[in-house]
Design a protein around this ligand. Structure first.
Ligand code: FES
Length: 119
């Protein structure tokens, strides 16, 4: 068993089975969480990990930047330690990159976009 604290729900805590996905165990306890595919591919259930560690090897929705910013995919993530998270859209502030405020650098573009093809 692990303890999950939801920072942006008044620090409410939940005891969960660490072998089950966080989305399932929290929803079973009445936490209303958005979800879509439930296999780690659509990003709908993303939440922000504030502290602790999770195993989310099965997720394919997040890129490296999002992972480094602390995002986790609740439908596949399992807690490896007690964790604190922020949930819901209010946790998604840095999930997506605004291309107008923070345009990609040339080295971040795919080669065929960064270098115009010769005609
Ligand atoms: S519900 Fe689709 S990634 Fe979790």
């Amino acid at each position: 068993m692990r303890t999950i604290t939801i920072a942006n729900r008044d620090g409410e805590t939940f005891e969960v089975n660490s072998k089950r996905p966080i989305l399932e165990t929290l929803r079973d306890q009445g936490v209303d969480l958005p979800f879509g595919c439930k296999y780690g591919g659509c990003i709908t259930c993303a939440a922000k990990l504030i502290s602790g560690k999770v195993d989310q090897n099965r997720q394919v929705a997040l890129n490296n930047r999002q992972i480094n910013d602390g995002y986790i995919i609740l439908c596949v993530a399992r807690p490896l330690t007690d964790i604190t998270i922020e949930i819901g859209v209010e946790s998604h502030g840095n999930l997506y990159r605004n291309p107008f405020l923070d345009p990609l650098k040339p080295h971040e573009l795919k080669a065929d976009i960064a270098t115009p093809k010769e005609v």
